[in-house]
Design a protein around this ligand. Structure first.
Ligand code: TXA
Ligand code: MG
Length: 316
């Protein structure tokens, strides 16, 4: 695939929106770092984000919106969240908030959690893209997994250290003025918490809140490690891996040639399987029976799928 550099003018934005509407990815400039954007409502597009980054696990992604009103359609805001939005949006603040039911966000975006990370970027090119696209964009930093975040279009488009050849387009708006990722705030037992330091100083946030932020000892880049804050969705039912057939009473989740009552992908397509994973786990869990899952190959997105399945199967 050839990666095109687009200018963020009328024509470039139109092309970018066409790609996004088809479920393809476009790297977009934000004031913090370049993000790898895909339609947050489209599970296949979101699976492609993980695929392009080569992420070995499904960390939840930040959803980008054009303004606070669009954000309030996706998550519940209390008074303090609204005060922070008024003070710092558009800007380098991300808030983790309770996801609304029927918000229409693909479950792969939140990795099955009932919270969602939201941000309204200030960069004019990001804002123009969001306005024109008219929908929420999921966007992690536009770098291959394990590499540092890109602050120029050239970083993103580099075929060796970036995503060149793996994504159709980059909107090129020069270098990012902030250059570090957004500050992430969440609420833990009702207390505001600094989940990741970033482009907006914690002190400025504390001043608006009129209270100090708790600083949970977590590594936000590996939030699903044991004992860390972001507990991932885990089914209540027991889960058996690498199953070939369903045992008595088990709900079987098939993959490829191994069939089941539910199936990740009958054709063995890993992008499709990733897109369905969290919805299927919830569906299977709702059936109230133990769950068995067919083996998924450890290649490409399979590594992330297996990482998630192993966590879901781990004794609790
Ligand atoms: O500046 C930024 O925030 C950039 C630009 C592109 O907006 N984006 C970015 O995304 O840094 P990413 O995917 O590299 O980092 C997202 C962070 C992860 O550490 C993830 O764990 C956390 O946000 N996160 C997302 N949803 C969450 C949730 N529901 N609960 C807790 N943490 C969450
Ligand atoms: Mg990142």
């Amino acid at each position: 695939m050839h990666t095109r550099l687009l200018s963020p003018d009328d024509q470039g934005l139109a092309i970018a929106c066409d790609w996004l509407s088809q479920g393809d990815l476009v790297a977009m400039p934000t004031e913090t770092v370049y993000g790898l954007a895909g339609d947050a409502r489209n599970a296949t597009a979101v699976a492609r984000i993980y695929e392009a980054k080569g992420r070995p696990s499904f960390n939840p992604l930040i959803v980008h919106l054009p303004d606070r009103l669009a954000a309030e359609k996706i998550a519940h805001f209390d008074e303090s969240a609204r005060a922070l939005a008024q003070a710092f949006w558009p800007g380098a603040l991300t808030m983790v908030l309770p996801l609304r039911e029927n918000a229409g966000i693909a479950s792969l975006v939140t990795a099955g959690l009932d919270t969602v990370a939201l941000r309204v970027p200030a960069h004019p090119a990001a804002h123009a893209l969001l306005q024109r696209f008219g929908g929420p964009l999921a966007a992690p930093s536009a770098n291959p997994s394990g590499r540092i975040s890109p602050t120029t279009a050239a970083h993103v488009a580099d075929p060796d250290s970036g995503l060149g050849g793996r994504i159709p387009a980059v909107l090129d708006a020069g270098s990012c003025p902030v250059g570090v990722e957004s500050t992430i705030i969440g609420w833990v037992d009702g207390q505001p918490a600094l989940l990741r330091p970033g482009g907006i100083a914690a002190e400025a946030i504390e001043e608006v809140l009129g209270q100090s932020l708790i600083r949970p000892a977590i590594n936000p880049d590996a939030p699903n490690a044991p004992g860390q804050l972001t507990s991932h969705y885990a089914p209540r039912a027991s889960l058996r891996l690498n199953a070939e057939t369903a045992g008595p009473d088990e709900v079987m989740i098939g993959f490829g040639k191994v069939g089941g009552e539910l199936t990740l992908s009958a054709s063995g397509d890993l992008t499709e399987a990733a897109a369905r994973l969290f919805d299927l786990l919830r569906q299977a869990d709702a059936m109230g029976r133990p769950i068995a899952v067919a083996a998924v190959p450890e290649t490409g997105l399979g590594a992330a799928i297996n990482d998630r399945l192993r966590r879901a199967a781990a004794p609790r």
